[in-house]
Design a protein around this ligand. Structure first.
Ligand SMILES: C[S@@+](CC[C@H](N)C(=O)[O-])C[C@H]1O[C@@H](n2cnc3c(N)ncnc32)[C@H](O)[C@@H]1O
Length: 204
C-alpha cells in the first residue's frame, strides 16, 4: 500500500482529524488549543497573540475567533498560512530570522513549532527542543508583564530542566497534554502563566 494512502487511512480513523474536517478547522491543532484554553483560561477578547509555527492555521483560526475584532494574531511560519481574517497578520519567515523588536508586545506567545520528522526520535526530539528554546527567547523579548507562553514540546530528558528554569520567570508553569494530542505521541505542552519580567543586565 502506498505510504500516502496509509497516512490518509490513518487520518480518516482519527477522531480529532474528522471533527476538524466537519467543523471547518484547518487542523486538529485547533482542538489542542481549545482544550488548553478550557483548562487555563488564557485567551480573552482584545488580546495580541504571537502564533509561532502557525501553518496550516487551525490554531490561528481559534485565536482569531477568541481575540475578536479588537485583538490581533501575528502568525509566523516558513510554510503558507491557509487562513485569512482581518485580525490576522501573517509573516512568512523562519522564526530565527524574525525582526523581533518590530513585532511589538504580546499578551500571549504560542509555539507549535516542529521539525519535519527524520524517523529518528532522539534526533527529532533534540531539534524540536531547539525550536522550543528559540521560541522561548522570542517570548521573553515580546511578552508583556503578566503574559503567557504556551509551547508544544516532545517530552524527553531536558524538558524538566527547562520547566525548572521557566519557574523563575513565570508565576506558574505546568506540563499539560490535551485530549486532542495523540496518546501514543510524546507531544505535550508547556503552559507558563504570569510573566514576571525579571530585570536583565544589559549586554556589555
Ligand atoms: C505542527 S505544525 C503547526 C500546526 C499549526 N499550529 C496549526 O494549528 O495548524 C509545525 C509547523 O512548524 C513550522 N516550522 C518548523 N520550523 C520552523 C521555523 N524554524 N520557523 C518557522 N516555522 C517553522 C512548520 O513549517 C510547520 O508548519
Amino acid at each position: 500500500m502506498p505510504k500516502d494512502f496509509r497516512r490518509y487511512i490513518k487520518r480518516k480513523r482519527d477522531f480529532w482529524w474528522r471533527k476538524a474536517k466537519e467543523e471547518g478547522y484547518l487542523s486538529r491543532a485547533a482542538y489542542k488549543l481549545i482544550q488548553i484554553n478550557e483548562r487555563f483560561k488564557l485567551i480573552k477578547p482584545g488580546m495580541r497573540c504571537l502564533d509561532l509555527g502557525a501553518s496550516p492555521g487551525g490554531r490561528t483560526q481559534v485565536l482569531s475567533e477568541l481575540v475578536g475584532d479588537k485583538g490581533e494574531v501575528v502568525a509566523v511560519d516558513i510554510r503558507p498560512l491557509r487562513y485569512r481574517a482581518r485580525n490576522v497578520r501573517f509573516i512568512r519567515s523562519d522564526i530565527r530570522e524574525l525582526d523581533v523588536e518590530s513585532l511589538g508586545k504580546f499578551d500571549l506567545v504560542l509555539s507549535d513549532l516542529a521539525p519535519n520528522s527524520s524517523g529518528h526520535y532522539s534526533r527529532d526530539q533534540a531539534r524540536q527542543l531547539r525550536l522550543v528554546l528559540d521560541a522561548y527567547e522570542i517570548a521573553k523579548r515580546v511578552l508583556k508583564p503578566g503574559g503567557a507562553f504556551v509551547s508544544k514540546v516532545f517530552y524527553g530528558e531536558d524538558v524538566e530542566d527547562i520547566v525548572k528554569g521557566m519557574r523563575r520567570e513565570f508565576k506558574f508553569v505546568k506540563l499539560f497534554k490535551p485530549k486532542a494530542s495523540r496518546s501514543e505521541s510524546a507531544e505535550t505542552y508547556i503552559v507558563a502563566v504570569g510573566y514576571l519580567k525579571v530585570k536583565r543586565r544589559k549586554r556589555a
